[in-house]
Design a protein around this ligand. Structure first.
Ligand code: PMP
Length: 387
């Protein structure tokens, strides 16, 4: 029998799990226009407000003038421009690693890196709540795939003790994308080292946000490059552009250039994106007040949400999810917030575990106090908590 997408869709709809795209009619910013209506955006990953920063836009335009639009080929053929190369050097320096390697997206970086580092006969250990791209990379690799309890270094330790695989790779998000909590990196680094494993951290949501200088979750915890030998960062979130990179030792990067299939077999990013990212990295270094403002906004939101009765865990970053439970309730809360002028998306299974549908609220340095207070007021009406 042939696959029947219409009946598969019926099943998705019956579970209130059908996802719709809204059509955004304005540049990415704190204020967006959707269906002709202005909304205050509380679900973007543009944490520092750099996607529309004038200097970043200007660098992109200048990049197009200098390099054209497409890169024309993969990095190993003739797509690797001086702009890509300079950005790689600057990302290596920023993250405190000998080298960095650009990938077209974070999804591709994670698929390519995990599947290049482990294969048949090896074991990859992953946090249960890792981003889909890390989980998919583990599955694609052909290695034995072992998931450990969320953020639980002792569970990882037990799994490592039992493992007989020669090559072991531990993989975790730095900041969990749908929960906002941090991986216990110091403990994971110790357990990985004692268990003879390498540690890979995907810091998509920590980069440019956490740590005194914005170097991410490892900096937040005071960990160096030997403790986190494989570090992935994405460019489409706090850096406001597009793409991703992995940073690590000379040998690691050289090996990935040879073997990461999602690096070798794909067209390089447009060079203008690299030029824009170089400028946004400069803004991250030169304007620490953006990061300070973001954390101030996070604190304001958390204090307000707590006083409304929402239970928020220890979440130091910009992702502040409010778990609602049933899919239909989360959708309804999101719809009501929309009516009040706020864009907050309802995240449902399979992105999050069943019964934990949530409003994934993200804060930005570009939000004003009034916008945050307005959201809190709207939340009190749209998703009232029991006293
Ligand atoms: N890792 C994490 C933790 C993410 O949240 C995301 C994006 N949502 C990615 C990787 C993928 O990055 P990209 O959007 O660049 O593919």
């Amino acid at each position: 029998m042939a696959f029947d997408p219409a009946s598969a869709l019926q099943v998705i709809k019956a579970r209130d799990a059908y996802r719709r795209r809204c059509i955004v009619e304005s540049p990415q910013d704190v204020r967006v226009v959707i269906d002709g209506r202005p909304r205050v955006n509380f679900c973007s990953n543009d944490y520092l407000g750099l996607a529309s920063h004038p200097a970043v836009r200007e660098a992109f335009r200048r990049g197009v003038d200098r390099w054209g639009v497409g890169s024309g080929a993969s990095h190993l053929v003739c797509g690797h421009t001086a702009a890509h190369h300079a950005l790689e050097e600057e990302l290596a320096e920023f993250t405190g690693r000998p080298r960095a390697l650009l990938f077209s997206t974070g999804y591709m970086a994670n698929l390519g890196v995990v599947s290049a580092l482990v294969g048949r006969g090896d074991t990859v250990f992953e946090d249960r709540l890792n981003h889909a791209s890390l989980l998919d990379g583990g599955l694609l690799s052909g290695a034995r795939f072992q998931r450990y309890r969320h953020a639980d270094a002792r569970a990882l330790e037990a799994a490592l003790v039992e493992s007989r695989a020669e090559t072991r790779l531990v993989v975790t998000d730095g900041v969990f994308s749908m929960d906002g909590d941090l991986a216990p990196l110091p403990e994971l680094a110790r357990v990985a080292r004692d268990g003879g494993a390498w540690l890979m951290v995907d810091d998509a949501h920590g980069l440019a946000v956490l740590g005194a200088e914005g170097r991410g979750t490892p900096e937040h915890f005071g960990l160096d490059a030997t403790e986190v030998p494989v570090l992935v960062g994405t460019l489409g979130k706090a850096l406001g552009t597009f793409g991703a990179f992995v940073a690590g030792s000379e040998a690691l990067i050289d090996y990935l250039i040879q073997r990461a299939r999602t690096y070798v077999y794909t067209t390089a990013l447009p060079p203008a994106v690299a030029e824009a990212t170089r400028v946004s990295l400069r803004v991250v270094r030169e304007e620490p007040e953006r990061r300070a403002r973001l954390h101030c906004n996070v604190r304001r939101f958390r204090a307000g949400a707590a006083s409304l009765g929402f239970e928020l865990g220890d979440l130091p970053g910009p992702i502040q999810p409010l778990v609602i439970g049933a899919n239909a309730d989360a959708l309804e809360a999101s719809r009501r917030l929309g009516e009040r002028g706020f864009l907050v998306s309802a995240i449902r299974p399979p992105t999050v575990p069943a019964g934990t549908a949530r409003l994934r609220i993200t804060l930005s340095a570009a939000h004003s106090d009034e916008q945050i207070d307005g959201l809190l007021e709207a939340l009190a009406e749209a998703a009232p908590q029991e006293a």
